[in-house]
Ligand binder design. Structure first.
Ligand code: RB5
Length: 149
């Protein structure tokens, strides 16, 4: 499994903790920045990670900012991206099973490290259920197509 990681300054510390955790498990991770805690703009990191995930160069992306909100909103502008903001494990498995989310977003200022790592595990270990959910996800893609012209 290959994971693309990105954060702004507000998510820098949690991003590093997630990278360390995944690498310890033998999961391949690429860090698209930011590389320090200097103030920066979260859409820059959303764009890089979202484009890589949409191009299927990575299985999933993980994006972290202060709240997880801005970085997920920006990622969801890239066609093919379904970025889910999750601060609990129920949402993390539900969004994989029902929405086939391909990016997990979290907020470093919202969630503690222990819970964040559980959310990461849950998200990465759940499968999309397809069936009626596939029909709904296809409808999301149709909306994307309608406004991509
Ligand atoms: C940065 O201060 C903060 O606005 C950002 O990390 C994020 O929370 C935006 O949604």
């Amino acid at each position: 499994m290959k994971i693309a990681m990105g954060s702004d300054h507000g998510g820098f510390q949690l991003k590093n903790a997630v990278i360390k955790y995944l690498e310890k498990k033998g999961i391949e991770v690429k860090d698209f920045g930011t590389l320090n805690e200097e103030s920066c703009d979260y859409p820059d990191y959303s764009l890089q990670v979202a484009e890589e995930v949409a191009a299927k160069n990575f299985d999933f992306g993980i994006l972290i900012c202060g709240t997880g909100i801005g970085i997920s909103i920006a990622a969801n502008k890239v066609p093919g991206i379904r970025a889910a903001l999750c601060h609990d494990t129920f949402s993390a498995h539900a969004t994989r099973q029902h929405n086939n989310a391909n990016i997990l977003a979290m907020g470093q200022r919202v969630v503690g490290e222990g819970l964040a790592l559980d959310i990461v595990d849950t998200f990465l270990n759940c499968e999309f259920e397809g069936g009626r959910h596939a029909n709904r996800v296809n409808k999301i893609t149709e909306i994307e197509k309608k406004y991509s012209k």
